[in-house]
Design a protein around this ligand. Structure first.
Ligand code: AMP
Length: 422
């Protein structure tokens, strides 16, 4: 098979890596890819938003299967366009992608289908949102409240405000941070608890869960400092008890898939639930309609089944008869980031130690932001540079190996969190 993966981050490297392990895959292309991906796939200089060019490429190169990594192309309707031309593609349709592309749409969907989530109100301007806050709808001046830009904002559209003053400031500032994405603002009740993410393969009717995963979003140890795209992840079956998993299936997953069918957009692709485990049970914070980054890296190193077969089952509607095998134990992904990330990452630094780090047993290095210099060396080319990913029979073992590998790698100003998984 000839496979095309769309995207350029660590997530897409992990997806290419899984396809590269399949005996059925003869050739992998990645558009646009990155320096590290180029070692297992042919990188094609087409951006995810350039849907016409991607279609032309897929037709010209007789691509058998396309896998869309990120949300931007999905929200633009890439899957619908590929399907119109009978090109086999994995990802959510444009209608289904609204579950991620509009937080107001997602919250209304959850309310309509009785899915447990934080109480919310939608406002169509910052001043209307401030009016709602001042009316006391979300408690008094001292109450925490969450302010969210409706649209896609690459992780920058959510402010967890500690009190009303912070919430009002967030309403005033969101537009300058994320532009049009803040034309509509969602205000939400603050939920206290532990977060966990649950991803699944979905074929429209049936789903197969992946191992539960936890990410660390803040740049600093102890969850301090600004939010990032994600500084590390772990997979651990203990993140959700069997009873919690059952609650999530019955109260969230089944109603979501049935709701998508009832509302006219059966969900096919990767569904990602961001959950908050509160004293009152699990609540759904958000949907993503694709793999997370860096969740994917920690998840896919544990996938033992052939990703091609899983994709075919999603496309053919046969997930219900499919078994997926995962490596037992745990995994961890530690992100190595550039100096200045997330505000202003410096790029172009030469990366040392990659080969030695990769030679450690059970360690896989996924490239997120690297390029190859004229001299043939790997250099940094983005804020998040590498995802050092390891498996182990226990979480501690996976973390030890990932950190052992991280310690061998260096470039000027490299930064990472030493507390992933704790
Ligand atoms: P979202 O993109 O909606 O998942 O929000 C990003 C992050 O903001 C989440 O991962 C949580 O850490 C936090 N967050 C979102 N909504 C809430 C909420 N209602 N209560 C507490 N924290 C929240």
């Amino acid at each position: 098979m000839r496979v095309l993966v769309i995207g350029s981050g660590g997530r897409e490297h992990a997806i290419c890596y899984s396809f590269a392990r399949s005996e059925r895959v003869e050739k992998i292309y990645c558009a646009p890819g990155n320096g590290g991906i180029a070692s297992i796939a042919e990188c094609v200089p087409i951006k995810p938003e350039e849907i016409d060019k991607l279609i032309e490429f897929a037709e010209r190169e007789s691509i058998d299967l396309t896998f869309v990594g990120g949300e931007t192309a999905l929200a633009l309707g890439i899957v619908d366009e590929f399907e119109k031309r009978d090109l086999r593609v994995i990802g959510a349709s444009m209608s289904a992608a609204r579950l991620e592309a509009s937080k107001a749409f997602a919250k209304d969907f959850m309310a309509r289908h009785g899915i447990p989530t934080a109480k919310y109100l939608t406002a169509d301007s910052p001043s209307a949102a401030i009016g709602v806050l001042e009316s006391g709808h979300f408690g008094d001046e001292t109450s925490p409240v969450v302010v969210k830009a409706d649209g896609l904002a690459a992780g920058k559209g959510v402010v967890v405000a500690r009190d009303r003053q912070e919430a009002v400031s967030a309403c005033e500032e969101l537009a300058s941070l994320v532009g049009d994405a803040a034309d509509t603002i969602v205000l939400e009740e603050y939920l206290d608890g532990r977060e966990v993410s649950l991803l699944m393969f979905v074929d429209g009717n049936d789903f197969i869960l992946m191992p539960p995963v936890r990410d660390h979003k803040r740049i600093g140890e102890g969850d301090t400092g600004p939010n990032t795209g994600g500084m590390g992840t772990i997979t651990d079956s203990g993140l959700l008890t069997p009873a919690q998993t059952q609650q999530v299936i019955e109260e969230m997953i089944e109603p979501t898939l049935a709701g998508c069918i009832a509302d006219g957009f059966p969900f096919r692709g990767i569904l990602f639930l961001g959950l908050m485990l509160t004293h009152g049970g699990a609540k759904l914070l958000e949907y993503n309609v694709r793999f997370g980054d860096p969740e994917t890296q920690a998840i896919l190193v544990r996938l033992e089944s052939d990703l091609v077969g899983i994709c075919e089952a999603m496309l053919d509607g046969t997930l219900g008869n499919t078994l997926i095998k995962w490596r037992d134990g745990n995994s961890a992904c530690v992100v190595l980031a550039a100096e200045g990330y997330p505000q202003k990452p410096r790029i172009g630094d030469v990366i040392d130690g990659l080969d030695d780090a990769a030679s450690i047993d059970d360690v896989t290095i996924f490239h997120a932001g690297t390029a190859v210099s004229e001299e043939g060396a790997f250099v940094t080319s983005g804020g998040r540079v590498l995802g050092i990913t390891a498996t182990g029979d226990e979480l501690a073992e996976a973390l030890t190996k990932a950190y052992e590998a991280a310690a061998i790698i260096s470039w000027k100003g490299m930064q990472y969190r030493r507390d992933i998984g704790t």
